[in-house]
Every structure is written in structure tokens, then in C-alpha cells.
Ligand binder design. Structure first.
Ligand SMILES: [Zn+2]
Ligand SMILES: [Zn+2]
Length: 245
């Protein structure tokens, strides 16, 4: 019997005594089998935005604006995608969880966060009628260094929840670019120009595609992805991200 099979056969109290694990955020002992990395209580503390948003880019709108409103930026410079939504602002527990996921390699968190996306946006119909889920790609070199693409992990869980296939071979990164985090808005756009390519165009033409990423900052990454997919003939591009910075 392999070690992992043996561990799986241990009853929960034994497992907890031999391999106790603690919430990375609050330090509580993780008691529930589905709790991984972060406890259920911390998960419920994510500040999900329930108020009105711009109907295209998903910008959080404070005040009394209705759901059908369009922000100034989308009025003046419509993005190349049809719709984007984030769970909430890039702050507090959500920010800490994204950092744990991205920089400390806590992959099980991707599943928990994808479930939050599903719970929030599936009832709104945003996940309906999609042909493929596409993770925002990392350059293969960066993915090797990190060991995973966090966008793909989120997308895989969403694919399982929706039954819509994920495809990681359609949209690819052909040039390794400096991290967007270090750049200003205009530089971010230029940084990505020509760094993405579309393969298997037969899977893009006339399709409805859902991009998935962790953080939406200026939107330049999602916009550049949408632009190349539209050029390749996509009918509709939607995007979901965990947080909006
Ligand atoms: Zn906790
Ligand atoms: Zn907008």
C-alpha cells in the first residue's frame, strides 16, 4: 500500500492528530474534510461585491446606479470584450488568499475561490452558453518556474462545475513579458502587444469564450486576450476574475 493510500484510510481524528493543519490566515485547526489551506470561516469573510456594477467592465459602482448602467470609461472607450466581472475588491481576505494561491503555491485554494465565482455568477447566467473556458496564459518558462498557472487551476474547477470544457491550447503566450505588476497602465498595454497568439482558430470562430484570471487591474491583460480572440473570429468574449484592484 502506498503512503498516500494509507493516509487516506486513517480516520479523521487520527489524521488530525498525526497531520494537523491550520488555517493559513487565522491559525485555526482545520477540522472539516473540505477545508484546505484556509478555514471555512475565513472563506466567508471574503468581501464579495453585491452592489451595482458597470454592465460591461464590471466596475463597482457605489450609490444608487442601477445594474444597467455603463461607466464613463466604457462609454468613451468600449473594451473589446462583452462582459467582465470580479468577485470583489483586491483587499482583505480575498487579496491574502490570492497571494497564498499565486506565490506560495497553495493550489487547493484555487478550487475554493472558483467555487465562490460559480456561486456568485452562475445564478446571473454569466456562465451559461459558453463554448470554452480559456485561462489567461502564462509563458511556458514562467509556468515552469511557478509550477502551475493559477488562472488554469481556477478555470479547471469552473469547468468541472459548469460542464463547459477548458482549453489551454487556444490562447497562448509566445513572448515572456515583464510582470504587469511592475508597470503603469500605458506600459501594461504596450508590454503585452504581440505577446499572445491564437491556435486552433476553428475552436474560436463564432464561439462564445470565457477568459479566467486572478486579478483585474487596468484590464490590459483581459483586453489584449479579447482583442486577439476577436481578431481570430470569436463571437463573444466574457471574463471572470477573482478580484478587481
Ligand atoms: Zn481561518
Ligand atoms: Zn465599464
Amino acid at each position: 500500500m502506498t503512503i498516500s493510500k494509507l493516509i487516506n484510510r486513517l480516520t479523521l481524528p487520527v489524521k488530525l492528530a498525526v497531520f494537523p493543519s491550520f488555517c493559513e490566515l487565522c491559525g485555526r485547526l482545520l477540522l472539516e474534510p473540505e477545508e484546505k489551506i484556509v478555514c471555512n470561516q475565513c472563506l466567508t469573510k471574503i468581501d464579495i461585491h453585491h452592489g451595482p456594477v458597470c454592465r460591461v467592465c464590471g466596475r463597482f459602482i457605489s450609490g444608487e446606479n442601477d445594474m444597467g448602467s455603463l461607466c464613463l470609461e466604457c462609454q468613451n472607450d468600449p473594451p473589446p470584450y462583452e462582459l467582465h466581472r470580479s468577485l470583489g475588491p483586491y483587499s482583505g481576505h480575498l487579496k491574502e488568499m490570492i497571494i497564498l494561491l499565486k506565490y506560495k503555491g497553495n493550489e487547493p485554494l484555487a478550487s475554493s475561490l472558483a467555487e465562490q465565482l460559480y456561486r456568485q455568477f452562475n445564478p446571473q447566467g454569466i456562465l451559461a452558453g459558453i463554448d470554452f473556458i480559456l485561462p489567461v496564459p502564462l509563458h511556458p518558462k514562467k509556468e515552469r518556474e511557478r509550477g502551475f498557472n493559477q488562472a488554469e487551476l481556477i478555470g479547471r474547477r469552473l469547468a468541472r462545475l459548469t460542464g463547459c470544457p477548458l482549453n489551454r491550447d487556444i490562447l497562448i503566450k509566445t513572448r515572456n513579458t515583464p510582470a504587469q505588476v511592475s508597470l503603469e497602465a500605458k506600459e501594461r498595454e504596450l508590454n503585452l502587444r504581440g505577446a499572445l497568439a491564437v491556435r486552433k482558430k476553428e475552436f474560436v470562430r463564432q464561439r462564445v469564450l470565457m477568459l479566467v484570471d486572478d486579478v483585474y487591474t487596468t484590464g490590459s491583460t483581459i483586453k489584449e486576450c479579447a482583442l486577439v480572440l476577436k481578431k481570430a473570429g470569436a463571437r463573444e468574449i466574457r471574463a471572470l476574475t477573482l478580484a478587481r484592484a
